[in-house]
Design a protein around this ligand. Sequence first.
Ligand code: G6P
Length: 366
Amino acid sequence: GAAELGPYRHYMQKEIFEQPRAVADTLEGVQAVVPELFGDGAYRMFKEVDSILILACGTSYYAGCTAKYWLEGIAKIPTQVEIASEYRYRETVPSPGTLVVTISQSGETADTLAALRHAQSLGMTKTLTVCNVATSAMVRECKLAYITRAGVEIGVASTKAFTTQLAGLFLLTLALAQVKGRLTEEQEAQHLKAMRHLPAALSAVLALEPQIINWAEHFADKEHALFLGRGLHYPIALEGALKLKEITYIHAEAYAAGELKHGPLALVTSEMPVVTVAPNDTLLEKLKSNMQEVRARGGVLYVLADADSRIESEDGIHVIRMPEHYGPLSPMLHVVPLQLLAYHTACARGTDVDKPRNLAKSVTVE
Ligand code: G6P
C-alpha cells in the first residue's frame, strides 16, 4: 500500500533506491573472504573445481553473464553461462569437476530448477546457488548457497535482486580465486575495500536521477532502442535493453559494440536512440569509433561515461558522467541508470510499471 511505498510512486522505483541498503545487507557479516561464506564443505569443493557452469533465466542470467568475466579474469576458472531452458534440453558433455552455479531471485523458477536437476542427473554433484529466498527449493537442492539479502522484490522487473546477485557472485569469485591461489592478500584486501564502498557508490549513482528523467523524455515516443556495451558491460547493455522492453514495451536490442557493423548499423536512424555503456576501460577507444559510426548515420547517442572518459556532450551525443571509476565492480553501478531510464520512460508512457502485461514475477510452470 501507499504507506509501504513512502515517497516512491512504484515498487520498482522504491526497489531501485533500496539498492545501497540491499547490497550492504548482502555483504553484512563478511569480515574476510572465506569459502565457508558459501556453506560447510565449501573449501574442499572449491579445491576440486576445475570449471564452472552457470544456469539461470532472465535478469539472473545476465548476472551470470557478468560473473563469467570475473570468474575467468580474476579466479582464472573456465566458465560457461547458459540459459536454463536451453541447457536442460541440450546434449552436453558433463564433467564431475564442474561447479554448477544456479542464480535465482525466487529460487523457484521451473526451468532453473529443472536445469539443476538435469546437471545432477548427469553426475554433477558440486552445486551452489546464489538466491534471494533462503527457504526456496533451489537452496534446499544445492549443496552450497549464498543468500542475497535484497529483501522482498515486488516489481516484476528485477532490480535490487540483480545487484545483490552480482555482489554474491563477486564474493564467490574472490573465494574461488583465494582457494586456487590466484589472489595476493593485497589484491584481496583491495577488492574487499571496493565492495564495502559499494553502498556509497550506488547512492552517488542514484543521485543522477534528474539527468535520467531528462533522457527518458526523449525515449518516451520512440518505438525502438539499441544498447551497446563491450566486455564486462556487454551483459549490462543486455540487461538495460531487457528492462526497457519489459516495462515500456519499446522494442530494445543489445549488441556487443563490435558487432554493430555486422547488422544493427543498418537499423540506425534518428528515430532509434542508441544507449552506450562506456566506462573508461581498455576498450573505450574502440567504443568511441563505434559511436562515430552511429553519428555518421544520424543516430542519437546516450552515453553513460565514466568520471574520466574524455567524451563530451555535443550535437546528437548526450553524456551522463558516472561519479567514479569502479574497476571490475563497475557493472554494478552502470546498471542503475539503465534501470532508472526504463522506469522513467515507462512512467512517461503511462504503462503499468510494477505489473507489465503478460509477465509474471516468478515463472514456476513451464
Ligand atoms: C521472471 C522475472 C524476472 C526474473 C526471471 C528469473 O522472468 O520477471 O525478473 O529475472 O523470472 O527469475 P528468478 O527468480 O529465477 O531469478
